[in-house]
Ligand binder design. Structure first.
Ligand SMILES: Nc1ncnc2c1ncn2[C@@H]1O[C@H](COP(=O)(O)OP(=O)(O)OP(=O)(O)O)[C@@H](O)[C@H]1O
Length: 465
């Protein structure tokens, strides 16, 4: 046992996992891995042992969950260890993606407890065999370089760090630890069934690799550490390029395609991969390599306007010399069926951005236009009340040019001006009481408007973006 305790101390020191003053929340499922982890932490020498407590989630997914819950609770009570548990009741279980939902629930509870207890570190019992499985699965399924680098010893989580001190321990070590120290544990019954893909790897593929070489899991661990070292050095360089090429627009991101295309092809790929893994995908979401390839293809596509859907409801849209990554919210928020009559001297807030109003020429706003305002004048004999502001409709037409009036489709207007699709959707249309289009703020004004005041002036339309 002493040998294992020393090994844990070494790992904590080598990877700077925690300090004596840290406060650890140990995530215990009741299986051999996390019970061995708890046992080792309990037996750490005083100068190495921070304060610690146990967190457990009762998933109510299997009959044995009750036994696990009770076993950990009793163990902690007998050993004088603080124990915090949460129940994931059956009503909260979704119909699909159960494994993913259980994980999300678990980590949300852990983050919450880190805040409440409070803790500096969450400690999980991921070990060398988990590492091998994870790397292999990600390689086979397709993942980014960061994904293929596997599980990290430490990463930011909640208000502190998530640490995995057992990554160099093999499963057999953990059985031995529990055996030697008389620590109870319960086998997870799903481990022996081939229901989830991880278990298929665990039971069929990995034993073959280990037959080939018993040190396979150690070698995967070395590979993971080497690759993580490389990424640590390269990442800041890539991050610099990322910052110069990407700009943020609320929740959306915009890539300058001209600058990006001027980069070396390897840097192009690395910058996109960095963006996707570090910024786009919420922590823990597994982004597939195939999506990265799709984004690359989109960026290089000949057509000036094209779009694709990405994981998690994100959308990538190519718009001339920009690649816009729309957040799930923006992608959903379509400026659809909006229509509102303008009341004299009052602003109407537009659904996408900006406001618009109809003001009498005597009104203070008309006399002193707000900054960034666009404004046009309606001559009272030309337009009929009420004036309405609405979103675009197909078939919208506007009559342009005072001297030689001609009718133009609003859609054609946008194509001629090379206005990207999202901007077109955000554009609003101002009509008069007869439904004639008076103004498309920012883009065109009809023959019935003028820009300058004169004696006939009665009303001014003002739009602020
Ligand atoms: N119900 C649970 N309650 C508390 N801790 C848990 C629970 N289930 C898992 N853990 C902790 O998480 C560790 C890893 O568990 P598991 O292999 O199921 O992967 P995971 O939590 O889904 O994480 P990942 O997907 O990152 O591999 C366990 O060793 C244990 O420390």
């Amino acid at each position: 046992m002493q040998e294992y305790i020393l090994r844990l101390c070494k790992e904590v020191e080598r990877h700077r996992l925690w300090e004596k003053e840290s406060r650890l929340l140990v995530a215990v499922s009741g299986g051999v891995d996390s019970m061995a982890l708890l046992g080792l932490i309990q037996q750490l020498p005083r100068e190495w042992q921070p304060q610690f407590a146990v967190v457990h989630v009762h998933h109510h997914l299997r009959e044995e969950s009750d036994d696990e819950f009770r076993m950990i609770k009793d163990y902690c009570r007998n050993q004088g260890i603080a124990f915090f548990a949460e129940h994931w009741s059956e009503e909260k279980h979704p119909k699909s993606n159960l494994e993913m939902a259980a994980r999300e629930f678990r980590y949300a509870f852990f983050a919450d407890m880190m805040q409440k207890w409070p803790a500096t570190h969450l400690v999980t019992a991921h070990h060398a065999d988990d590492q091998l499985e994870t790397i292999l699965m990600r390689l086979v399924r397709g993942s980014t370089l960061k994904g293929i680098s596997g599980i990290a010893f430490s990463r930011a989580f909640g208000r502190g760090q998530l640490v995995r001190p057992l990554l160099s321990f093999q499963k057999d070590d953990l059985y031995r630890i529990c055996g030697m120290a008389g620590i109870p544990y319960l086998e997870d019954s799903t481990n022996s069934e081939l229901t989830f893909s991880r278990n298929r790897y665990r039971n069929s593929i990995i034993p073959l690799l280990q037959l080939e070489n018993q040190q396979a899991s150690r070698h995967f661990g070395d590979f993971s550490e080497d690759l993580q070292d490389v990424l640590k050095v390269v990442q800041p360089i890539v991050a610099d390029s990322f910052r110069s090429l990407f700009t943020r627009d609320d929740a959306d991101w915009v890539l300058d395609l001209v600058g990006w295309q001027a980069c070396d092809i390897s840097l192009q790929r690395l910058v996109l991969s960095y963006f996707v893994t570090e910024q786009l995908i919420p922590a823990g979401y597994d982004f597939r390599r195939s999506q990265l390839t799709a984004v690359m293809d989109l960026a290089k596509n000949q057509s000036p306007q094209k779009q694709i859907s990405l994981v998690g409801g994100w959308q990538a849209r190519k718009r001339y010399d920009k690649l816009i990554f729309l957040s799930p919210d923006s992608a959903r928020t379509a400026f659809s069926a909006f229509s509102e009559e303008l009341e004299l001297n009052k602003w109407v807030t537009l659904p996408y951005h900006g406001r618009i109003g109809l003001f009498h020429s005597d009104n203070a706003f008309s006399k002193e236009l707000p900054k960034n305002a666009l404004s046009v004048v309606i001559k009272d004999e030309t337009a009929y009340m009420p004036i309405t502001v609405r979103s675009r409709r197909s078939g919208d037409k506007i009559v342009l040019n005072k001297d030689q009036p001609f009718t133009k489709k609003v859609s054609r207007l946008f194509v001629d001006k090379k206005i990207p699709d999202e901007e077109r959707r955000k554009a609003c249309i101002v009509t008069d009481g007869e439904g004639r289009i008076l103004w498309v703020p920012g883009y065109a004004q009809s023959v019935w408007l003028s820009e300058n005041d004169n004696e006939q002036t009665c009303y001014r339309l003002i739009y602020i973006k």
